[in-house]
Design a protein around this ligand. Structure first.
Ligand SMILES: CC(C)(COP(=O)(O)OP(=O)(O)OC[C@H]1O[C@@H](n2cnc3c(N)ncnc32)[C@H](O)[C@@H]1OP(=O)(O)O)[C@@H](O)C(=O)NCCC(=O)NCCS
Length: 156
């Protein structure tokens, strides 16, 4: 069984099954307050398990009193790191949880020799732009991302 690495709120470490991550994803998919994060077919349980197998120990959730209150996924391609799906429950924001989740990813990537990481942020997610810029992340204006779909599904 695939497991997620966990960041516990009180700096303890443990391991939990991926279906906890799915519960969190589902929770946010159904939570209209969580805008700015897009879930697609590529976020299915199978795809998430594949991602975690390829990137062991680089995805985290924050736990408070047995409840998942935040999560982040990260991975790399051997050269660059990629952060995805950073979400903190609205009730738990502005307590530094996201920053600790991000730091855990960056530290894990650095241990693997990855010094530079990217994150995609939706144009209209203004609060997320403020968040990243406030933490020293540089907005790239020199590149545009192009994507190509091999399947007919627009939600691939
Ligand atoms: C973006 C998001 C993940 C930030 O989560 P968060 O846990 O609130 O983030 P942090 O607590 O680390 O930092 C947020 C702010 O709280 C401040 N803060 C951190 N600890 C604090 C504390 N103990 N007391 C008061 N403020 C604090 C930070 O300085 C930061 O302030 P700033 O935005 O004015 O610079 C969260 O708002 C979210 O889930 N948004 C919806 C999903 C989303 O957009 N995700 C990003 C996709 S790219």
């Amino acid at each position: 069984m695939v497991h997620l690495s966990f960041l516990l709120h009180r700096r303890e470490s443990s391991f939990y099954p991926t279906n906890d991550h799915c519960r969190l994803s589902q929770c946010h998919r159904n939570d209209e307050k969580t805008d700015g994060v897009t879930f697609r077919d590529a976020d299915s349980l199978e795809a998430t398990q594949r991602y975690l197998l390829r990137n062991p120990g680089l995805s985290f959730v924050a736990i408070e009193r047995d409840t998942i209150v935040g999560c982040i996924m990260s991975g790399h391609d051997g050269r660059r790191g990629y952060l995805q799906h950073l979400v903190v429950l609205p009730t738990h924001r502005k307590r530094g949880i996201a920053s600790r989740l991000v730091e855990n990813c960056l530290a894990g990537l650095e241990r693997l020799g990855i010094q530079k990481s990217h994150i995609d942020v939706l144009q209209e997610n203004h609060s997320a732009h403020r968040y990243w810029e406030g933490r020293g992340w540089k907005l790239r204006t020199d590149i545009r991302r192009y994507s190509f779909l091999r399947s007919g599904s627009v939600n691939a």
